[in-house]
Write a protein that binds this ligand. Structure first.
Ligand SMILES: [Cu+2]
Length: 262
């Protein structure tokens, strides 16, 4: 008759999670999980987004592996030790302790959590880092209840209204863009889902983020912090274009501003 000790050999419990940790680790370090599902998060369009996606995929795979092992062990014990018809076999082996097993099931989760923690810190350091020399600086100013995008080095300002079209932050593809986050009133939050990160805009706090958009396209963004009556109308767009198209857009904005002033 199998006892707990025979069945759950420490090596058997520890080996699979360790293998998965290695798999998840490889994914995070290499920065991509080709062919692995995204498990519900948007397709990232920034370099940091790729790192965040890999961390998410590694974490979900590790969780699924642990879940599969737990469910398999539960199913096994339910089936193996079910009440049967016919003469009773009596109770399975009853052991009050198994030191090796207890050490294994304490140390294994600690290792898994430590590995996940390590990769989380590693990724966080990467995605919150800001370059000392960004290529483009944009100030995203949130106010009740819209956005203003200022390009201080270019003399260009885009001011949103709650009517269509929503304000568009135009960025060049492949450039390191510093987004300075400012508010004139309450707390808002700058969120472009396909960047896979968002950051609060807090009065009196100079928050900022760097993004490098990989591919051209139009990406919706919104305020992600409830900020009052028309919070839901604080939509905007980020349009990533080629560096040439970006320069042309700046020129167009400047000439439009001059015409307006004239
Ligand atoms: Cu807001």
């Amino acid at each position: 008759m199998g006892t707990l000790g025979d069945v759950h050999a420490p090596g058997g419990v520890g080996r699979v999670p360790r293998r998965l940790c290695v798999l998840a680790a490889a994914a995070v370090v290499t920065g991509s999980c080709e062919g692995v599902p995204r498990f519900g998060i948007p397709d990232p369009v920034t370099e940091d987004g790729d790192r965040i996606l890999s961390l998410w995929q590694g974490s979900v795979l590790a969780a699924l592996a642990v879940g599969a092992i737990v469910w398999a062990l539960l199913a096994w014990s339910v089936i193996r030790y079910r009440r049967r018809s016919g003469p009773s076999e009596g109770l399975p082996g009853q052991r009050s302790d198994n030191v090796k097993l207890e050490i294994a099931y304490t140390v294994t989760p600690v290792i898994i959590v430590a590995v996940l923690f390590g990769f989380t810190v590693f990724t966080q350091e990467k995605v919150t880092a800001v370059s000392s020399r960004p290529d483009v600086v944009v100030e995203a100013v949130g106010y009740q209840w819209q956005w203003q995008f200022r390009y201080p080095d270019e003399g260009v300002v885009v001011t949103g209204t709650t009517e269509e079209p929503r304000p568009t932050m135009v960025l060049p593809v492949g450039a390191t863009v510093r987004i300075r986050l400012r508010t004139t009133d309450v707390i808002h939050s700058f969120w472009v889902p396909r960047f896979l990160k968002k950051q609060d805009i807090v009065p009196g706090l100079d928050n900022e983020m760097d993004v490098v958009v990989k591919d051209p396209g139009m990406f919706p963004g919104r305020c992600a912090e409830y900020c009052g009556l028309d919070h839901a109308r604080m939509d905007f767009r980020v349009e990533a274009v080629s560096p040439e198209a970006y320069r042309a857009w700046l020129d167009q904005q400047r000439s439009r501003a001059t015409e307006g002033a004239g």
